[in-house]
Design a protein around this ligand. Structure first.
Ligand code: PEP
Length: 253
C-alpha cells in the first residue's frame, strides 16, 4: 500500500514575523527546487504567523497547518481559535493532542476527539498525536498507552483522507533521545492494527502514521525507511531550512 510520506514541521511557540517569513521562503524555495518531490510537505507555525506564512508559501507545494483548534465554531472561549477560522485563512491541517498540549493544558483523549470531529467537519485534516511517557515505557506499557490514545482520540468517523497519526514518545521530544528503529516499527505496526479494528482495514492501510521525536537529518533515513513509518513530525529541526529539507532528502523525498 503506497502512502505518500508527509514531512511536517511543528514550529511550536517559535518565530517572530521576519524569522518566520525567512524560514518559509527558504523551505518553499528548496521544495520548489526538488521539482516533483516524492513527499508532501507541511509547516505549522504559531497562530500569529499563519496568514503571513500562507502568503509567503504562494505557489509552493507546502501545506499550511495550525498547532491546535477549539471544538466550537465560535463563542465565549477567550484565547481560543476555531477550526472554521483556520480554514478561512487557508490552513489545510491542524495538529491536535500534541503531548505539550496534553501536559500543559490537560487535554484528554475525549477533548482531542471532539476537536478532531469539529476540524473534519469544516474540511481540515488533522494530525492526531499520541505517545508514551518514559515511566510508561519503562513499565512496558507503550503499546497499551498508544492503543488507548488511538481509541479515545481518533473519531470513529475518521478516514485516511482526513486524518494522520503522529507517534511521538514524550521522552524523545526535544531531548535528542530516540527509540530504536525496531521499537518505532513495533509501535507503528501495533497502531495500524488498532486503527484497522477501529476504522476498518482499508482506512488503516491508507492512513499515514508519522514518527516524531528528535528527528534530524542524521537519523531520518533510519526511521523513515521503516515499512509503517509514513513521514515525520519535526519540532526543533523544522526551524532550520537545511535541517528540515535535509530530513526530507535523507528520507528519499
Ligand atoms: C514535536 O514536538 O512534535 C517534536 C517532534 O519535537 P522535536 O523534533 O524537537 O523532538
Amino acid at each position: 500500500m503506497a502512502r505518500k510520506k508527509l514531512i511536517a514541521g511543528n514550529w511550536k511557540m517559535n518565530g517572530l514575523l521576519a524569522d518566520g517569513i525567512d524560514l518559509t521562503k527558504g523551505v518553499a524555495a528548496e521544495v520548489k527546487a526538488m521539482g516533483k518531490p516524492e513527499c508532501e510537505f507541511l509547516v505549522c507555525p504559531p497562530f500569529t504567523l499563519l496568514t503571513s506564512v500562507k502568503r509567503a508559501l504562494r505557489g509552493a507545494k507546502v501545506a499550511l497547518g495550525a498547532q491546535d483548534a477549539h471544538f466550537a465554531e465560535k463563542g465565549a472561549h477567550t484565547g481560543d481559535i476555531s477550526p472554521v477560522m483556520l480554514k478561512e485563512i487557508g490552513c489545510q491541517y491542524v495538529i491536535l493532542g500534541h503531548s505539550e498540549r496534553r501536559a500543559d493544558h490537560g487535554e484528554t483523549d475525549e477533548l482531542v476527539n471532539k476537536k478532531a470531529v469539529a476540524a473534519h467537519e469544516c474540511g481540515l485534516k488533522t494530525v492526531i498525536c499520541i505517545g508514551e511517557t518514559l515511566e510508561q515505557r519503562d513499565a512496558g506499557k507503550t503499546i497499551d498507552v498508544c492503543s488507548k490514545q488511538i481509541l479515545g482520540s481518533v473519531p470513529d468517523s475518521a478516514t485516511a483522507a482526513d486524518t494522520v497519526i503522529a507517534y511521538e514518545p514524550v521522552w524523545a521530544i526535544g531531548t535528542g533521545k530516540t527509540p530504536t528503529a525496531a521499537d518505532v516499527e513495533e509501535v507503528h505496526a501495533a497502531v495500524r492494527k488498532v486503527l484497522a479494528k477501529k476504522l476498518g482495514k482499508g482506512n488503516a492501510n491508507k492512513m499515514r502514521i508519522l514518527y516524531g521525536g528528535s528527528v534530524k537529518p542524521g537519523n531520518a533515513k533510519e526511521f523513515l525507511s521503516l515499512p509503517d513509518v509514513d513521514g515525520a513530525l519535526i519540532g526543533g529541526a523544522s526551524l532550520k531550512v537545511a535541517d528540515f529539507i535535509g530530513i526530507a532528502k535523507n528520507a528519499g523525498c
